[in-house]
Write a protein of this length. Structure first.
Length: 362
């Protein structure tokens, strides 16, 4: 991998820098991160184009073990935690105008949800205890710790089937999908833990049930933040818990809109009652735009991730036959927020995908 591509993965740190800089510059500068993500990145994506280069299979074992790539993710964990503490300080201390507050609150979850949950997703798939611990820390900051259970043991098993709440259906708007996915993902995580407890001959509500802790820990964390900043201010700071939960909802909503984009309308064939074809690189939408893939640690190479869930982000491959989105995630998020436009573009792409799938399988 070229030195420029290696350096490119540090691009993600631009987003928190823009949120912080925008706050101290004041006024409409608070929208800097939002404009950067949803205007500048799509424009640069279009100008720079796609990246179809893959790491040679012979080098995958080597590049997968390079500490450099792991260091970036670990560093992000500490930066995001400090960033959240700074955010709590800001809302407890300052008197932002309405416009400034809107800009600040729309930019902040681009860090904690847009990139933070992406990093948590990457780390949560790995076997090392420290990586998994950091994944849980990041998910805690957006009240979405159950994602660690449901994504790994639910979504990756049930992708492209009616059982999967994270697979968006043809004709389903993002708004309808959001309600279904948020609700059912949380409930599914409980069911998965109940099954695990049953296999261990433990009570459903044993202290070893992770969902109990994953539900309580974010609440306790928010309580600790509120207490700390209330003591510092010498009064109860109601702004801190409001801020924490608002940025959490906006943060995990970014995850859900990405889920919506990645899996819209793509279903696996049912080969027997309740049995489906094996997950392969035809079962997720991809985007190979070079720049946005830097910011998202190649999450947009999503088909390869589902086919090889433990493959590290730096080694994810472009697969030519995978269904391709017309643009990177930043642009596609904007499209998904307007259902008629989304259906007009993606339903046609879905027809193309079905034709291509049939040609490949036949």
């Amino acid at each position: 991998m070229s030195i420029w591509k290696k350096i490119g993965f540090f691009c993600a740190f631009i987003i928190p820098a823009l949120v912080i800089g925008g706050y101290y510059l004041g006024g409409v500068w608070n929208f800097s991160a939002v404009i950067f993500v949803f205007v500048l990145i799509p424009v640069v994506d279009a100008l720079v184009g796609k990246d179809t280069e893959n790491v040679s299979e012979s080098l995958v074992p080597v590049i997968s073990e390079e500490l450099y790539y792991k260091f970036i993710l670990f560093l992000w964990t500490y930066v995001q935690f400090a960033f959240l503490l700074w955010g709590c300080y800001v809302v407890s201390e300052s008197n932002m105008t309405g416009v400034e507050l809107v800009g600040f609150m729309t930019g902040f979850p681009l860090v904690t949800g847009g990139i933070g949950i992406t990093v948590a997703h990457e780390l949560g798939h790995k076997k090392e205890k420290l990586e998994r611990f950091y994944a849980k820390v990041l998910l805690m900051t957006t009240c979405y710790m159950h994602f660690y259970i449901e994504h790994n043991r639910g979504h990756h098993v049930n992708i492209g089937t009616p059982k999967d709440p994270a697979t968006s259906r043809k004709g389903e708007s993002f708004y309808g999908f959001w309600i279904r996915s948020v609700r059912d993902s949380y409930l599914n995580a409980w069911e998965l833990e109940f099954e695990r407890m049953n296999k261990k001959n433990l009570s459903k509500f044993s202290t070893k049930n992770d969902m109990i802790w994953f539900t309580l820990i974010p609440l306790a964390f928010c309580g600790a933040l509120t207490l700390i900043f209330s003591v510092l201010q010498g009064k109860f700071v109601v702004e801190v818990p409001i801020f924490f939960f608002v940025q959490s909802v906006l943060g995990f909503s970014l995850l859900e809109i990405v889920n919506y984009i990645e899996h819209y309308g793509i279903l696996r064939k049912e080969i027997a009652p309740n049995k489906y074809e094996k997950v392969n690189t035809l079962h997720s939408w991809n985007a190979n735009q070079l720049v946005s893939n830097f910011f998202l640690f190649q999450l947009q190479r999503h088909s390869d991730h589902h086919a090889y869930a433990h493959r590290r982000y730096q080694a994810l491959r472009h697969v030519e036959e995978s269904p391709q989105l017309p643009a990177g995630y930043s642009a596609m998020i904007l499209l998904a927020l307007v259902p008629p436009l989304w259906f007009g573009v993606m339903d046609k792409k879905l027809i193309e995908w079905k034709k291509q799938r049939d040609l490949i399988l036949n």
